[in-house]
Design a binder for this molecule. Sequence first.
Ligand code: NDP
Ligand code: GDR
Length: 370
Amino acid sequence: MKRALITGITGQDGAYLAELLLSKGYEVHGIKRRSSLFNTDRIDHLYQDPHEAEVRFKLHYGDLTDSTNLIRIIQEVQPDEIYNLGAMSHVKVSFDTPEYVADVDGIGTLRLLEAVRILGLTRKTRIYQASTSELYGLVQEVPQRETTPFYPRSPYAVAKLYGFWITVNYREAYGMYACNGILFNHESPLRGETFVTRKITRGVSRIGLGLQDKIYLGNLDARRDWGHAKDYVEAMWRILQQDTPEDFVIATGVTTTVRDFVRMAFAELGVELTFFGEGADETGHVVACHHPDYQLPLGKEVVAVDPTYYRPTEVELLIGDPTKAQQKLGWTPRYDLPALVQDMMQADLEVFRRDAVLLEAGHRVLNYYE
Ligand code: NDP
Ligand code: GDR
């Protein structure tokens, strides 16, 4: 039985990857951080009582800022594969906490590689590093591929640049099987609530159900290559199953503006929008409702821009070229963008229908701002 260790197992990708590896017969170990509230919502369905006879899912307390703890866990687990998904992953927040992000996302990667080296596991343990399309930053070439020069535009991306190159360096210096997946944006019903797609699907669901009036967003012109996280964790696994370690771009090859993502989410309710104005003055209004359950007033303003969400330096355009992954890994995504939006909208509508019922029965429900 293969043994995998996942950092960031409580995050979106960690949850889907753990599910995938368990379905392939792996024993899965994950590192979770101690927090004052439960932080295992996304993986609670995988939890196994440690008293059971055959436990294939185990969590360890740890943190990427703590070398001794990483060394201890890796020594104990002796993993065949490590997936380094742990990170402070929010680009906008990285401008507020740049030093912390450098420590976790940059030096954290070094700590993990060093732990494997110090423990003499360089021949046994394969390492996947969660690299990102944010490395491309300011557009140098489109579509972006493995050979496109990097130009990071945030403390997050600069920290991930270190993570990328230290992974390459350990591969070349010590012959380690260590690879970067340069993954473009991938989303799902498990996506963190403050990333733009999930913020939109939650906001649109709440507007449709009468729980909220409007969503406030930042740069509506930004273009992203959005895929489904379920497809992308499959690519991570395939990257570690090759004969030789290499880096791969994982993307759909299609790019869409934030504004069009908003349109697509409202379309799931049968609601059509028109946008007026430009920049910080742009607003989105209801022009038609085709579904009997979601009859919003025509002309209602449901989207507005709040410059608070602008970034000091923005990544305007991402579109990836997944040719190498298609050819060498045999990887192609199963979800396209309409299927992704549908999946996210269905999940969020279900969540907020419960809130709507509670509200009608006189209970208090939370408001969400961000
Ligand atoms: P999430 O933000 O959903 O999850 C991040 C995970 O990292 C969480 O489990 C979090 O724990 C954990 N974490 C945060 N800080 C630390 C720390 N100091 N020590 C240990 N663990 C920590 O991210 P995603 O699942 O979306 O992304 C997974 C990885 O892939 C990240 O590295 C991200 O930067 C990268 N990536 C993501 C892309 C995407 O589009 N989703 C695209 C390209 C790269 P907790 O739950 O306690 O907060
Ligand atoms: P990103 O994702 O920065 O690409 O990083 P995010 O969803 O945060 O932003 C995408 C684009 O949308 C614009 N935007 C807004 N973003 C947020 N969060 N909130 C808003 O209100 C809003 N309005 C407009 C942003 O300016 C941006 O252009 C994600 C993370 O998962 C990283 O960890 C990962 O490395 C990259 O994807 C690939």
